[in-house]
Design a protein around this ligand. Sequence first.
Ligand code: SF4
Length: 257
Amino acid sequence: MATNSSIEWTEATWNPVGGCTVISPGCTNCYAMRLASRLEKMGQTKYAGTTRISGGRAKWNGKIVLDRKALELPRTWKKGKVIFVNSMSDLFHEDVPFDFIREVFNTMASTPQHTYQVLTKRAERVESLSSKLPWSNNVWLGVSVENKEFTWRIDALRRTGAEIKFLSLEPLLGPLDNLNLKDIDWAIAGGESGPGARAMNPEWVRSIRDQCNAANVAFHFKQWGGVNKKKTGRVLDGRTWDETPLRKWLSEPHLTV
Ligand code: SF4
């Protein structure tokens, strides 16, 4: 089933893949690792053996599980949803075979009632496979960038065939000044939350908001984060920021809603 999501910028999650490997500093406190460990204990076979306990914490062990049955699920949902693809993994992980990725894209292309948000940290792999994938215009592709060391992922994103391109600047771990936002439609920023959350400087967020405003890029501020994210909330300079690229997308005459 699609799982209704509490993530502020989507409606539901769809997970054809389980398991992952940490790849950059943004992964250190990956919520999916913790959740996969809990789901395994609850008997969900998709996450069996994907984590181990080390230093008292759940960590990915690199096992990837492909859930072929899940490929059919979106075809059974008649009402259109905004769906975060693989919230519990990375579709472009090196151990997810190209044929499986293509099947995920075929499912997305055959269900135009839905809007899919695919988010990856493996920007070099999605770029290298892009020309072989059936990009339908209901697929939004995003890359995660947590600090300035990883802005090259934005360049790779620009070179893909996705109609809508977005950035997840979360958990924001450092300043991201002078971003190149050419051809970028949407940016999400947010602080880390949960146990061991690393601090975010408000000036880093203001800089991203101002750069988005100047470049006419939709801006979404997800949260301040911290150990108690409900307490810190998501108000920035007196208001919430919930822009989406949807208005631009819906205004394109050739698109199917
Ligand atoms: S790529 Fe995503 S799912 Fe994989 S470890 Fe990093 S944060 Fe977690």
